[in-house]
Write a protein that binds this ligand. Structure first.
Ligand SMILES: [Zn+2]
Length: 210
């Protein structure tokens, strides 16, 4: 692991992991070498643990070839080649457009699931909107609009259910205070594990292929 040390006009020390092999340590201009080494020593376990997590996530994401297959509920569904004739000859932007358009034809699956969960939990929404974001899976606003990222279609269904439950619980609490999490826990008792699992799929959100 390489730790790049940056001396800056700052008061605090910040350690940030960039990838499996690199981290950046930002330190105040006059901090001694000794202090820097002491700090790094104290963060050794933390670094090890988090690099391990990044490695695990990278290995996990390798199972998903988002440029080769369309996925549904966490499993490969069909080769992307089948979405369009001569898919290989399309530009990257055209491919992305075709892949997205195909997923959107299946968006009704998310709508059905949300309707079902809403009926079972009695948590209401006014309408469902398709969201396209590299940052969030869904949202719920004060108008009662439930926005769901179409990339949710790729995820295992239990994670999609968690996201929908999470967003619908915002109909009760428009925040992430303990009462909100208590409501989520009533519907999804294993929500903590599901949240962790969901993190593993952040590569889907951020993927340049989608
Ligand atoms: Zn939330």
């Amino acid at each position: 692991m390489k730790v790049e040390i940056l001396r800056e006009k700052r008061k605090t020390i910040v350690l940030k992991i960039i990838d499996e092999k690199t981290a950046v340590l930002k330190v105040p201009l006059k901090l001694s070498e000794k202090k820097i080494n002491e700090f790094l020593q104290s963060k050794c376990l933390w670094l090890e643990k988090n690099v391990k997590k990044i490695k695990e996530n990278n290995n996990f994401s390798k199972h998903f070839e988002l440029d080769k297959f369309v996925y549904l509920n966490g499993e490969s569904f069909m080769p992307v080649q089948e979405i369009a004739i001569e898919f290989d000859k399309l530009s990257q932007a055209e491919r992305k457009r075709k892949i997205k358009a195909f997923y959107l034809t299946m968006f009704f699956k998310l709508e059905e699931l949300a309707k079902d969960i809403s009926l079972k939990t009695n948590l209401k929404y006014s309408e469902i909107k398709i969201a396209d974001s590299k940052r969030i899976w869904g949202s719920y606003n004060s108008k009662g609009q439930l926005k769901l990222n179409w990339k949710l279609l790729i995820l295992p269904q239990e994670l999609v259910c968690y996201v929908i439950c999470h967003e619908l619980c915002h109909s009760l609490h428009m925040n992430h205070k303990p009462q909100f999490w208590a409501s989520v826990g009533q519907i999804c008792p294993n929500f903590k594990a599901l949240r962790k699992e969901l993190c593993k799929f952040s590569f889907v959100l951020r993927s340049e292929l989608l």
